[in-house]
Design a protein around this ligand. Structure first.
Ligand code: PLP
Length: 432
């Protein structure tokens, strides 16, 4: 049975998370409940920051991709761990600022930032705006002129490498809504346009090659392609771009057969590729940034549910229905994402094979997982879905006027509420 770090079964057969009985947590806070392992998150951050400060140029740091999980407390943790953060909307930026996150370590992404969002970013002196289109270059320059300031920017580049889990392609990949393609010349022309913008300072080139990647080669290839592009820019303009940002993408373990790389295993070949390419091409080493999301918070999350009913349809399947579903975890309904589901109330007993874990939303596709083997649950048992720290709460909705669950942080046998459960009045608060 797969368990994520910090999870065990105790002597009474209950799942524990960082030493805390999951069944007791479910009783105390109610379900569904997002349980976030703070210790694991902090440890992951430390591994990223220390490897990067030891192996890359001074000034390099990792930025947590906060789209994976955004709330006040996570930005406070990131601040304490000396991370940067990546935000992709006014809402994420607002949350980071409200949490007191230092604005100069915020990188602002997005393929269609609104003028209001750009204004907000400039007024709050975000560290970098990662520009995604020529329209944005122009709008941002106009805003900077109006506010009489110089804005530090990056450009989102399509390096022609696209990777997901085990396989990747090294071809055009021009067809993406994000960024400027090297292959068809639009990236070079965007660089030249950016260099001519009076109130923008082009500091960084950025790429993001995919998510849930288990292989180092696509990252090493991306480094080489990007640095080749740095050299091309120099030969055309006489300017060296100072920073390389490789985006996110390192995978997390959702099921037994997943084998994500350790953080250091992933970063070592990236560092080697960068050092070697700089030597080979005789180019100055850039400051290095990455934007891990899933690999920092994914395995740190466990969602607890209560079983409400069990429907055995003879010769068809058994539905185990829980008190949450696609409103708090859309990923199975969206793209059949794999998850490990455990009976947190029992560590032994008969196995229920091939169960379908269903949510309570009015939608047949509202499933958490199919084909699950778990210790036969009874109504009232607590079920745990593992690796729900990334892209679960951040993708949650109020479908069926579902209340967004509470979130707690656990660390060394302590627990604290960091997001309150929504109330019916919360759901009504903007209705007129
Ligand atoms: C620009 C950018 N940076 C970082 C990330 C985080 O990726 P991951 O959670 O796979 O590390 C994403 C994910 O979509 C992204 O688009």
């Amino acid at each position: 049975m797969m368990l994520t770090p910090g999870l065990r079964f105790n002597e009474i057969g209950h799942l524990t998370i960082e030493g805390l009985d999951a069944v007791s947590l479910a009783k105390e806070y109610g379900t569904p409940l997002y349980v976030i392992n703070e210790k694991l998150i902090r440890n992951n951050c430390k591994r990223y920051t220390s490897f990067i400060s030891d192996n890359f140029k001074a000034g390099s740091f990792p930025c947590y991709a906060s789209k994976a999980l955004s709330c006040l407390e996570i930005y406070r943790v990131m601040k304490e761990e000396n991370m940067g953060v990546d935000v992709v909307s006014g809402g994420e930026l607002y949350t980071a600022l409200k949490a007191g996150f230092p604005s100069e370590r915020i990188f602002f992404h997005g393929n269609n930032k609104t003028p209001d969002e750009l204004n907000m970013a400039v007024k709050n002196n975000v560290g970098r705006v990662i520009v995604d289109s020529l329209t944005e270059l122009q709008t941002l320059n106009e805003i900077a002129i109006e506010l009489n300031c110089k804005v530090k920017i990056g450009l989102r580049i399509k390096p022609g490498i696209e990777a997901h889990t085990h396989d990747y392609i090294k071809t055009g990949q021009i067809d993406s809504k994000f960024g400027f393609s090297i292959e068809n010349g639009e990236a070079l022309s965007a660089v030249k346009t950016a260099l001519n913008c009076s109130n923008l300072e082009l500091c960084q080139l950025h790429c993001h090659i995919g998510s849930q990647i288990f292989d180092t080669q696509p990252f090493a290839d991306a480094v080489e392609v990007m640095l080749g592009f740095f050299a091309k820019i120099y030969s055309e303009t006489g300017i060296w771009i100072k920073e390389l940002n490789l985006g996110g993408g390192l995978g997390a373990r959702y099921i037994d057969t997943d084998s994500p790389l350790e953080i250091e295993e992933y970063l070592t070949p990236v560092a080697n590729a960068l050092h070697e390419a700089c030597q080979k091409m005789n180019i100055p080493e850039p400051v290095f940034h990455i934007e891990p999301g899933r690999s920092i918070v994914g395995e740190a999350g466990t969602t607890l549910y209560t079983v409400g009913n069990i429907k055995e349809i003879e010769n068809v399947r058994t539905y185990v229905s829980v008190d949450g579903g696609m409103a708090d975890n859309i990923r199975y309904a969206l793209y059949k994402a794999d998850y490990t589901v455990l009976n947190a109330s029992r560590s032994s007993g008969n196995i229920l094979n091939n169960a379908t874990i269903a949510g309570k939303c009015c939608e047949s596709g509202d499933l958490i997982q199919e084909g699950v083997d778990l210790i036969k649950p009874e109504v009232g048992d607590t079920l745990a879905v593992l690796t729900t720290g990334a892209y679960n709460y951040s993708m949650a909705s109020n479908y069926n006027r579902s209340l967004k669950p509470a979130m707690i942080m656990v660390n060394d046998c302590t627990h604290r509420l960091i997001i309150k459960r929504e109330t019916y009045d919360d759901v009504l608060k903007n209705d007129i």
